[in-house]
Design a protein around this ligand. Structure first.
Ligand code: AP5
Length: 214
């Protein structure tokens, strides 16, 4: 099964995808995480992406497609895949369709997570992430046991540079302008589009998410 997760910044795509992928052994492909890893590794692509990400703009499609194509080379052809934060533009969706077709696969489900903007801004202002293992916390809602330290690997937690209220508002505008139209785009395709309310507790959202991909 190839599943696409759509939804605005902070809606919980990463949190939900990580849980489902861990329990089912599926591949979780987050282009945001791949880009942050490229930045940490100091690759050319990471350097090119940095200014776009910090400003809350989308990274150019050509860079993203190279990144995804490279990553998919290491994924078993029959593995379940959860795409989180990709595609984000119609051009990316068209290219993904082509890449999947080459390996005789297609998008089976598009899950759209939804929550009010105020919830998203509040969640992102409290988000802390571990750059070493990728674990995500929230200082208001799901804090680590020791402030600033990852429960899972002991790494030093960071507040993402693009999680300031001003940049989050810009990311929301970018989502509405460039990514939200993909919902209608996929509704016209063979894929089944399912909307999941994502403003409840993490466990409830996970239950609805599992029902949506069954
Ligand atoms: P990316 O990292 O993909 O950011 P995003 O899509 O804006 O999504 P977020 O990671 O901010 O949120 P999320 O929905 O995963 O929420 P999370 O689970 O963390 O992209 C960053 C940048 O990279 C982009 O702006 C762009 O520049 C670039 N980029 C990436 N992909 C690209 C692409 N395809 N094309 C072009 N550019 C691209 O949860 C958020 C917080 O809420 C956490 O603290 C969490 O603990 C908490 N939380 C989650 N669920 C709940 C809940 N149910 N109740 C309470 N708290 C919750």
């Amino acid at each position: 099964m190839v599943i696409i997760l759509l939804g605005p910044p902070g809606v919980g795509k990463g949190t939900q995808a990580a849980r489902l992928a861990d329990s089912e052994g599926w591949e979780h492909v987050s282009t945001g995480d791949l880009l942050r890893a490229a930045r940490r590794d100091g690759t050319e692509l990471g350097k090119k992406a940095q200014a776009f990400m910090d400003a809350g703009e989308l990274v150019p499609d050509s860079l993203i497609l190279d990144l995804v194509r490279d990553h998919l080379k290491g994924v078993a052809p029959e593995a379940g895949i959860l795409f989180d934060g990709f595609p984000r533009t119609t051009a990316q969706a068209e290219k993904l369709g082509g890449v999947l077709k080459e390996v005789r696969r297609k998008v089976g489900r598009v899950v759209v997570f939804e929550a009010p903007d105020e919830t998203l801004v509040q969640r992102l202002s409290g988000r802390r992430s571990c750059p070493d293992c990728g674990a995500v916390y929230n200082v208001h809602l799901s804090p680590p046991k020791q402030e600033g330290v990852c429960d899972r690997c002991g790494g030093k937690l960071v507040h993402r540079a693009d999680d300031t209220p001003e940049t989050v508002r810009h990311r929301l505008e970018v989502y509405q302008e460039l990514t939200q139209p993909l919902i209608a785009w996929y509704e016209k395709s063979d894929a089944r589009v399912v909307r999941v309310p994502a403003d409840g507790p993490v466990d409830d959202v996970q239950a609805d998410f599992r029902a949506a991909v069954r």
